[in-house]
Design a binder for this molecule. Structure first.
Ligand SMILES: Nc1ncnc2c1ncn2[C@@H]1O[C@H](COP(=O)(O)OP(=O)(O)OP(=O)(O)O)[C@@H](O)[C@H]1O
Ligand SMILES: Cc1ncc(C[n+]2csc(CCOP(=O)(O)O)c2C)c(N)n1
Ligand SMILES: [Mg+2]
Length: 319
């Protein structure tokens, strides 16, 4: 069967895309009926956890920067990242795909190869979706997960806790800057932008240590920590030092004159987990989770919700 939508039509394309879903070997498949029927059938979930995300051409990705495979795989990681931040296991992903009429069918197929590859990696099924004509390539994604005990909340940071992250900050934002300036000497930064991971591995460690307050960093530390401080009604006092910067960020900042602290504070799309816990818990987590960093502490609310970040630190905003 041809895969060009002009020749095979919407239905042919959907068949071709759906065959790209991961083939699950596991005996336990909480997604009992996956993509292909009128609706998906999920097994009974004790704690269903649901999240949604959007990826739009020109806003979240550019086809002259990223291959369709990379765009598909990243769309899965950024959507499932919110399940990781909720300590939930991924069950099913639903994808509403907007396709410009001029887009070659092969692009949609490669996009679905990327989606399928990432779904396989995270052990998640393709529950279904929808395909329609659109002015730009876009994906609206919905994910269902299964909660594992107490869901961490943005409301639960307590004075005396430490503010921590599960990995390096600012790399993806620097990678985006490299793409914008056509700088090719820092592949590690560009990879951080193009291939973020949903940190289910880190989430499992935090869950095991009964962390009560966590979220993923999509809009940048300053913005996401601001949400956490406001929701928990506390202040966060940061202590970011240049020696906490990842080597690739330090090198790039050395060459460009950019400030590593500004990138660590105002990054975005890291998809690392930001969490708060008491010092004893952090000591135990450090033994299980290499790369975890303490970046500040939680105090009673006094004055501004955030301090210790560069003055012009800001988060990514769509408007
Ligand atoms: N249009 C909307 N209608 C209803 N709820 C919304 C809407 N936009 C956002 N929200 C809710 O507001 C909260 C914050 O949304 P936001 O998109 O900033 O989530 P996030 O996890 O911080 O970021 P990201 O989407 O990048 O993962 C979430 O609970 C989300 O479900
Ligand atoms: C072409 C292009 N330009 C800029 C960016 C940067 N960017 C877009 S959305 C976002 C925050 C998270 O998004 P959301 O809150 O919608 O999940 C960031 C940092 C990009 N990825 N691609
Ligand atoms: Mg989030």
């Amino acid at each position: 069967m041809t895969s060009d939508p002009k020749e095979s039509g919407e239905f042919g394309l959907i068949d071709t895309l759906v065959t790209r879903r991961p083939h699950r070997a596991s005996l336990y498949r909480p997604c009992r009926v996956a993509a292909g029927d009128d609706a998906a059938l999920l097994a009974w979930l004790a704690q269903p956890v649901i999240t949604t995300d959007t990826q739009r051409e020109g806003v979240h990705f550019r086809r002259d920067w990223q291959t369709p495979f990379e765009i598909g795989a990243k769309a899965v990681s950024v959507t499932l990242s919110d399940l990781a931040a909720s300590f939930a296991r991924p069950v099913a992903l639903f994808v509403n795909l907007g396709l410009p009429p001029t887009l070659p069918g092969a692009v949609a197929e490669e996009l679905y190869d990327g989606l399928g590859h990432a779904l396989e990696r995270y052990g998640c099924d393709l529950g279904g979706g929808n395909t329609s004509r659109a002015s730009e390539l876009s994906l609206d994604l919905f994910a269902v997960g299964e909660g594992q005990g107490r869901m961490p909340r943005r409301t639960d940071a307590c004075p005396g806790d430490l503010v921590c992250v599960t990995g390096p900050l600012g790399l993806a934002r620097a990678g985006l800057r490299c793409l914008e300036t056509q700088e090719t000497r820092y592949p590690e930064l560009v990879k951080a932008f193009k291939e973020p991971a949903a940190r289910f591995d880190a989430a499992e460690v935090l869950r095991k240590h009964r962390v009560r307050c966590a979220m993923d960093i999509s809009d940048g530390l300053a913005g996401d920590a601001g949400h956490l401080a406001r929701e928990s009604k506390v202040s966060l006092v940061f202590d970011l030092r240049p020696d906490m910067a990842h080597g690739a960020l330090t090198d790039w900042c050395g060459a460009t004159g950019e400030d590593p602290l500004a990138y660590m504070a105002s990054g975005g799309e890291e998809y690392e987990l930001l969490f708060a816990c008491n010092p004893d818990t952090l000591a135990a987590i450090e033994a299980d989770l290499p790369g975890v960093m303490c970046v500040g502490r939680v105090t009673d609310r006094s004055g501004s919700p955030l301090s210790g970040l560069p003055d012009d630190a800001s988060s990514f905003e769509h408007r």
